[in-house]
Write a protein that binds this ligand. Structure first.
Ligand SMILES: *[C@@H]1O[C@H](CO)[C@@H](O)[C@H](O)[C@H]1NC(C)=O
Ligand SMILES: *[C@@H]1O[C@H](CO)[C@@H](O)[C@H](O)[C@H]1NC(C)=O
Ligand SMILES: *[C@@H]1O[C@H](CO)[C@@H](O)[C@H](O)[C@H]1NC(C)=O
Ligand SMILES: *[C@@H]1O[C@H](CO)[C@@H](O)[C@H](O)[C@H]1NC(C)=O
Ligand SMILES: *[C@@H]1O[C@H](CO)[C@@H](O)[C@H](O)[C@H]1NC(C)=O
Ligand SMILES: *[C@@H]1O[C@H](CO)[C@@H](O)[C@H](O)[C@H]1NC(C)=O
Ligand SMILES: *[C@@H]1O[C@H](CO)[C@@H](O)[C@H](O)[C@H]1NC(C)=O
Ligand SMILES: *[C@@H]1O[C@H](CO)[C@@H](O)[C@H](O)[C@H]1NC(C)=O
Ligand SMILES: *[C@@H]1O[C@H](CO)[C@@H](O)[C@H](O)[C@H]1NC(C)=O
Ligand SMILES: *[C@@H]1O[C@H](CO)[C@@H](O)[C@H](O)[C@H]1NC(C)=O
Ligand SMILES: *[C@@H]1O[C@H](CO)[C@@H](O)[C@H](O)[C@H]1NC(C)=O
Ligand SMILES: *[C@@H]1O[C@H](CO)[C@@H](O)[C@H](O)[C@H]1NC(C)=O
Length: 510
């Protein structure tokens, strides 16, 4: 993500090398199971990888000196479970006072292809954009201590350019090569480069598609498992704008990759949205995840208002989405669908507040004001519905004191899902308010059954229909904490069942 705010704020400002920046996570808007920076401004996830000891590394676009974008570094955090993060010292600093370290990725060079790593198999190479006053160029840095401290390659840049719109390299391993997807953002081109050694890159192909959007950023070329088979397919994800609800959005195309070229599936050459609603951008897949699993995390906000979010008074701005497991399904009559569901939530599940409660033509209300984190998770399974049913499933999170609420509704007659933040009043911002009620119409593979789950975490909610066949992320800013959860259903047929479980969540920060 690059914005116009930059020019004004460039410059390396006093942050020392080995310092872990401390965070205060008690603010009423501060998420408790999502990652947010200890202080100041965060944007895109960068350099995500899983090391051989089972430690997940998350780097992120970070301004360590101000609450708006600028002065970009790579912040760093590590986790054993993708929820409990340990803040680490800043990993990558700008090389001079007129450059910034923009978005990029990291790989484990187990075979020392780069030559940086005598006598070790856990060398890390970070590949990122250096934003200079005259151009954006691709550079690399290497780490001999497993990803904590980095040294810039003396031969940088590894890919030079003459343009200020060439950024966000994402590198994967494919057969005997390193493969980079990188955006020529305003040319609406994703270029593929290949390299034997991460230093010498050869241009292999250019990809474009007329249905993506007006700016290309943060591409990922990713091999995804196809549910219920041993197959995999590639997807190319591109962050762009405008989205269906204005502002920024992340999209994807499913196809094949042969080492040099990405080709959309000729039978289903369709550009789709990764995450519904409005608040997910610049997502990245972790490198080094075994067994063909695809694990994903994104910047949970929208470019329209990212630098204005009303959390500045709490000393931080932006969180990442929940970590998600991704796969593909092919829905009959619909085509490829990206499935995106939270990575194993068990490390944060706390007390159960409702256990498979039946809610048929009825309502269920749970007061969660005693849950210290003020964060909860629910899942509802609805079975035995005919497809043309007029059934309705509603849920609401509301404040006891201010009357504010966030609500959702699924209408089975036309497969319409609505998520609504209009009845919250903590953020006075035109782009945030319009729209503030999101309608998503997407046929799912229901077969008379549907599951709806959602995780709400103080100022962010993520909703999952059919275990991630549809996923959506929405920010909201109440003036008082929301602490009453209710579900109601209507017109549920005689032989149908609605079973609901609700859990309080344990804060990962306090
Ligand atoms: C932490 O943040 C809260 C809410 O923003 C504030 O009330 C509190 O004073 C802060 N605590 C410290 C130790 O700074
Ligand atoms: C795993 O941990 C051990 C012991 O702390 C360390 O020596 C080794 O370098 C680590 N391996 C990786 C891949 O980081
Ligand atoms: C950037 O400027 C600051 C303040 O003038 C100076 O202390 C610092 O050494 C400079 N950093 C680099 C990398 O040139
Ligand atoms: C490293 O080398 C081994 C042995 O040649 C090979 O099996 C493996 O795929 C290589 N791994 C990577 C990431 O290059
Ligand atoms: C790694 O590569 C460098 C440069 O080619 C070489 O000097 C070094 O011996 C290599 N280390 C191993 C363990 O292969
Ligand atoms: C870079 O790779 C190209 C193509 O493989 C090769 O022709 C060239 O010699 C390499 N350059 C260096 C400096 O290794
Ligand atoms: C690939 O796209 C870039 C950006 O538009 C352009 O500069 C370059 O010439 C293209 N390369 C080829 C081989 O078409
Ligand atoms: C990859 O696909 C491109 C475009 O279809 C084709 O030109 C190229 O020959 C293919 N490469 C391989 C190794 O099959
Ligand atoms: C369910 O939500 C829809 C959409 O917001 C609303 O029109 C309807 O009145 C709600 N029904 C109930 C029973 O709350
Ligand atoms: C949102 O709420 C305001 C009152 O706060 C109301 O005027 C407006 O009509 C609502 N918008 C929608 C789409 O419901
Ligand atoms: C639920 O209400 C509808 C009318 O809206 C009725 O037709 C249906 O039989 C009721 N379901 C049950 C299980 O009572
Ligand atoms: C809903 O279904 C899933 C998978 O089929 C199951 O794991 C889960 O326990 C069910 N939840 C409830 C509340 O019944």
């Amino acid at each position: 993500m690059k914005t116009l705010y930059f020019a004004a704020i460039a410059g390396v400002l006093g942050v020392s090398n080995a310092q872990v920046i401390q965070g205060n996570y008690t603010g009423p808007l501060r998420p408790q199971v999502h990652f947010s920076p200890p202080q100041f401004f965060m944007n895109d996830p960068n350099g995500c990888f899983l090391d051989a000891n089972g430690t997940w590394h998350l780097y992120y676009q970070y301004n360590p000196t101000d609450i708006v974008i600028g002065n970009q570094h790579w912040g760093h955090a590590t986790s054993k479970d993708l929820y409990h993060w340990e803040n680490q010292p800043i990993a990558i600093f700008p090389p001079d006072n007129s450059s910034q370290v923009f978005t990029g990725s990291a790989v484990i060079d187990v075979n020392n292809t780069s030559g940086f790593f005598p006598d070790q198999d856990n060398g890390i190479v970070a590949i990122y954009t250096l934003n200079t006053p005259t151009k954006e160029i691709q550079a690399i840095s290497f780490s001999r201590d497993g990803g904590f401290t980095f040294t810039a390659f003396e031969g940088n840049p590894v890919i030079d350019s003459t343009t200020t719109n060439f950024r966000d390299p994402k590198v994967i391993r494919f057969q005997d090569n390193w493969v980079m997807a990188v955006a020529f953002s305003t040319d609406l081109v994703i270029a593929i480069y290949t390299s034997p050694d991460l230093k010498n890159w050869t241009h292999a192909s250019n990809f474009t598609h007329p249905d993506v959007g007006a700016l290309f950023e943060c591409p990922n070329l990713v091999e995804l498992p196809v549910d219920g088979s041993d197959e995999t397919k590639f997807a190319l994800t591109i962050s762009t704008n405008p989205g269906p609800n204005d502002g920024t959005v992340m999209k994807y195309i499913v196809g094949d990759f042969n080492g040099t070229h990405f080709t959309p599936d000729p039978t289903d050459d369709v550009v789709r949205v990764v995450d519904a609603i409005k608040d997910s951008y610049a997502g990245q897949y972790f490198y080094g995840v075994p067994d063909g699993e695809a694990v994903f995390i994104a910047w949970a906000t929208n470019g329209d208002y990212a630098s204005d979010l009303p959390t500045a008074s709490e000393g931080w701005r932006s969180s990442q989405t929940l970590p998600r497991r991704n796969s593909l399904v092919n829905i009959p009559g619909q085509g490829w669908d990206l499935v995106s569901f939270p990575f194993d939530l068990s490390p944060v599940l706390g007390n159960q507040l409702a256990d498979t409660a039946s809610v048929v033509n009825d309502s269920l209300s749970v007061d969660y004001s005693n849950v210290e984190s003020n964060a909860i998770y629910f899942e509802a399974n609805i079975t035995g519905l005919s497809s043309a049913s007029s059934s309705l499933f509603n849920f609401t999170f509301s404040s006891k004191t201010s009357g504010e609420s966030v609500s959702g509704s699924y209408q089975f007659a036309d497969n319409t899902f609505v998520l609504d933040r209009n009845n919250t009043r903590g953020f006075d911002n035109k782009a945030f308010e319009n729209p503030s009620r999101f309608n998503v119409s997407k046929p799912l593979d229901t077969d008379g059954a549907l599951s709806i789950s959602a995780l709400i975490d103080r100022s962010i909610i993520e909703v999952f229909l059919n275990r991630g066949e549809l996923s959506g992320t929405m920010l909201f800013y109440p003036t008082e904490p929301l602490s009453i959860f209710s579900i109601s259903t209507e017109a549920i047929p005689q032989d149908a069942e609605v079973l609901v479980s609700v859990w309080g969540l344990e804060s990962v920060w306090v």
